[in-house]
Write a protein of this length. Structure first.
Length: 311
């Protein structure tokens, strides 16, 4: 699932029913581990309050800080998001909301991956089969091995088969305001997946925020139904545009910012996938997911000829 990052990134998109916004959004992410923060503090560990009080500018002064910038381009029903990838240099995603398709483009490999609701459904079904298989096998495993498999399943974000509704994330107002990158913002705090989240939202960009909120709802369809869950970012969009989100947990502190919004015409060529690139689909990823018959085997109950031919 190496391209799941785009599902989160796709919150910076908009639906055709939203107020028209055409232009660019510049993003920046700054991150450090807790150990790196302690090193920058003379070896003394910082408490959560001290870490959350640190601004991105203060973090960037640490020579070990990871600072990444990216651009989002919006025009009509199309959105493109450029972003660095872990090992393949730069990549980008193109979303066409009219067609209900997303393309993940990897220039370094001259290929792209097409993702649709059909792919999301197929992946969800396959992951559910894989979870069932692993759960059945765990019954005969020794305790230590069972714990390892349980941890692996959690890290893989295996689908939740429970019929119980997902709990709503509680968001608490901080009753504080500040100006962030030229936008007046109000603070909120929440806990998500054992992480502390402090977010600053603005109402200075109502058209853009309405667009992003509509797109969050549309993009949810591109996530397998049994892997969807309520999240802080979506709830924050009900309050305004998240202009800065601070995330502390798992030994890491990450700050995501919108550092500039500019309304202007955007070149149509930015949303065109190169025709000479090799194409795969979301369902192609199923070849690499172990099934009852081993890696590449068909899903349980499917004829051998029906094995999947992703983003």
């Amino acid at each position: 699932m190496r391209h799941v990052w785009v599902i989160g990134a796709a919150t910076l998109l908009f639906a055709t029913t939203a107020p028209a916004f055409e232009g660019t959004i510049k993003l920046r992410t700054t991150a450090l581990t807790a150990d790196q923060l302690a090193e920058g503090n003379g070896g003394k560990k910082l408490d959560d309050a001290a870490i959350l009080a640190m601004t991105p500018e203060q973090l960037a002064k640490n020579d070990k800080a990871q600072v990444r910038e990216s651009m989002v381009y919006v025009s009509g029903s199309k959105v493109r998001m450029d972003m660095p990838m872990e090992s393949k240099g730069s990549g980008y995603a193109v979303v066409d909301l009219d067609k209900g398709l997303t393309w993940f483009v990897v220039p370094g490999e001259k290929r792209y991956i097409e993702w649709s609701e059909t792919d999301a459904k197929a992946i969800g079904e396959k992951m559910a089969q894989m979870k069932k298989m692993m759960t059945e096998r765990m019954a005969s495993m020794p305790p230590d091995q069972r714990k390892q498999v349980e941890a692996m399943m959690k890290n893989m974000q295996m689908p939740d088969d429970s019929a119980a509704p997902q709990p709503t994330v509680a968001i608490t107002p901080l009753n504080k305001t500040q100006t962030i990158n030229g936008m007046s913002a109000t603070g909120y705090k929440a806990t998500e997946d054992e992480n502390t989240v402090v977010a600053w939202v603005t109402n200075d960009q109502p058209e853009l925020n309405k667009a992003l909120l509509n797109v969050s709802e549309r993009m949810e369809k591109l996530t397998p139904a049994n892997m969807r869950k309520e999240n802080v970012r979506r709830q924050l969009q009900q309050k305004g545009l998240p202009v800065m989100v601070q995330n502390l947990g798992g030994g890491r502190y990450r700050v995501e910012e919108i550092i500039a919004v500019e309304q202007k015409p955007v070149e149509a060529t930015l949303f065109v996938v190169p025709q000479d690139y090799a194409k795969t689909t979301g369902r192609d990823a199923l070849k690499n997911i172990p099934g009852p018959g081993g890696p590449g085997g068909p899903p349980a109950g499917a004829p051998a000829a029906a094995a999947p031919a992703k983003p």
